[in-house]
Write a protein that binds this ligand. Structure first.
Ligand code: NI
Length: 522
């Protein structure tokens, strides 16, 4: 409402020029001069009042998943988004996290490794990734939603259109605060800072600075929009300050540019204006599209086209359950369920889907054809379907030819339904020897956390154990044929998420290629 009334005030002033010319500068005769309209006037407001920028809830964007990693060893708490299928963008966004981590590593001498936090850490899906208001909330508010980490990095999605995503990054480190906005081409991964979208030589910077001064004069009650003179020539310190403010600015789809006025911003024209001192470093300015248009370069123009109203958000690929996770960066965990397929698994698959989790299922070949629907559904919902032998014998008691038969029959039975042969084998009872290793072409996948769910512990006990025991990179053993394991699944997934884990398939944990021979964790 403040903004509207200000506009009316300006319009009223423009409508009555004759009464004001007596106290304003003489009208220039320069043919270049075009009277300004209210729409072309840049605006100024105290932060948090009426000048904002678009803030998009990632939950409303197709294909966007959210990440967070907390390392108490390194003192970092980082959040970022991921776009399904946008490899270039994801790489660039992850690079942003690695840059923070590496800078921290070299300052501390501590090497980074993904860590999960204690049970009840509060790191579940709702507490991950970019959040509306994350870059404008007060430092106190932000610290409240973060861990005790010294370095806290969060983000806000400020633009999403076509295949382009604008992310405003905010980093707190001790007393320091840094803000920077990047626009990412989802397809190519090309990253543009605000300064990359504008051609800003020194003269252009001076012009924008002057524009900000004009907006401040109007904001402080100046009776004329008339420029007070030639643009000031900025000194190097001011230019650097203004450059930092530009880097943290937001280019809006309408072509306006919103930025926080640098602290200590001052200019001789402002000296005589009342009330400037208090407001000086709290102000945010919206540069009108007219003020920005002359400085847009080709990248800036195409970014605006991509972000414009006619260009709805369109990720390269629609969301797929089990989106990729970089297990060097986040705390991964693989839930594994043995001894299916069985009809009761439907409830387990429901729970996993509801809670946004994927798992790896080691199926017994002889059960596969009688449960074809479940096998297909398991595959369709992003889980990994793997091989647990044909009839569940102790493979170490068999001859090599028999071992191969146990594995190959199961491969064929699964492939006959899903069209895809498994790439992983789990030997029954975890029993293997050199002969078993030699007979299997696939890596043997064991576990490092055994929930002993077959002993039918109370569900609360099973849940607490499965949630509390794993570490980053763990492979957790459970069985889809035990009611307790199916009943416990929602609590287990929520509890693991809350500790900061990202649940992945076993192949996902190794980025699609399980290396070597025998695995019991990463
Ligand atoms: Ni088994």
């Amino acid at each position: 409402m403040i903004r509207r009334s200000r506009r009316l005030g300006i319009a009223a002033l423009l409508a009555a020029p004759l009464t004001l010319t007596a106290c304003a500068a003489p009208i220039p005769t320069d043919a270049e001069w075009h009277p300004r309209t209210p729409e072309s006037v840049s605006e100024l407001a105290a932060a948090g009042e009426d000048i904002g920028f678009a803030s998009i809830d990632p939950a409303e964007l197709d294909g966007v998943t959210q990440h967070r990693t907390v390392s108490t060893d390194l003192g970092v708490d980082l959040r970022w988004p991921e776009v399904a299928g946008a490899d270039g963008l994801n790489e660039a966004v992850e690079q942003h996290q690695w840059a923070l981590i590496e800078q921290r590593e070299s300052a501390s001498g501590v090497a980074y490794a993904p860590q999960a936090q204690e049970a009840g850490a509060g790191l579940g899906p709702d507490a991950r990734g970019c959040a509306p208001g994350a870059t404008t909330a007060s430092v106190e508010e932000l610290r409240e939603t973060a861990t005790e980490a010294d370095l806290v990095s969060t983000c806000e999605i400020v633009a999403a259109g076509g295949g382009m995503l604008g992310i405003r990054w905010r980093t707190l480190e001790g007393e320091d605060e840094r803000l920077e906005t990047s626009y990412y081409d989802a397809l190519t991964g090309a990253e543009y800072g605000v300064a990359d979208l504008l051609d800003l030589d020194d003269a252009a910077m001076d012009t924008l600075w002057h524009e900000a001064v004009q907006a401040m004069r109007v904001d402080a009650g100046a009776l004329t929009l008339w420029p007070t003179g030639e643009p000031a020539v900025l000194d190097n310190a001011a230019r650097e300050q203004f450059g930092a403010a530009l880097a943290a600015g937001v280019l809006e789809p309408d072509g306006s540019l919103v930025l926080d006025v640098p602290g200590g911003f001052d200019s001789p024209e402002l000296e005589a204006l009342p009330g400037r001192e208090d407001a000086a470093h709290h102000d945010r300015i919206r540069f009108a599209p007219d003020a920005i248009a002359p400085f847009l370069n080709d990248s800036g123009r195409s970014a605006l086209e991509l972000l414009g109203e006619d260009s709805p958000w369109q990720p390269p690929q629609s969301d797929v359950l089990g989106a990729h996770a970089d297990c060097d960066l986040v705390a991964c965990l693989a839930l594994t369920y043995d001894d299916g397929p069985n009809p009761e698994m439907a409830g387990l698959l429901d729970s996993l889907a509801e809670h946004g989790a994927v798992a790896t299922f080691f199926f017994i070949g002889s059960s596969v054809s009688g449960n074809a629907d479940i096998v297909q559904r398991t595959q369709d919902e992003g889980h990994e379907v793997a091989n647990h032998s044909w009839s569940h014998p102790d493979l170490t008691t068999l001859k090599p030819k028999e071992i191969r038969e146990q594995i190959d029959r199961t491969q064929d039975a699964i492939a006959a339904i899903t069209g895809v042969a498994p790439t992983l084998v789990r030997p029954p009872y975890g029993a293997f020897d050199d002969a078993v290793v030699g007979a299997c072409d696939q890596p043997l996948v064991l576990w490092d956390v055994d929930t002993l769910d077959w002993e039918d512990p109370p569900v609360e006990e099973l849940t607490a154990d499965a949630v509390g025991t794993p570490e980053a990179g763990s492979i957790v053993l459970m069985h889809s044929i035990h009611d307790g394991s199916i009943e416990a699944a929602p609590g287990i997934v929520d509890g693991l998420h809350d500790r900061g884990f990202e649940l992945v398939t076993v192949s996902g944990m190794f980025d699609g290629a399980v290396p070597g021979v025998v695995y019991s964790g990463r």
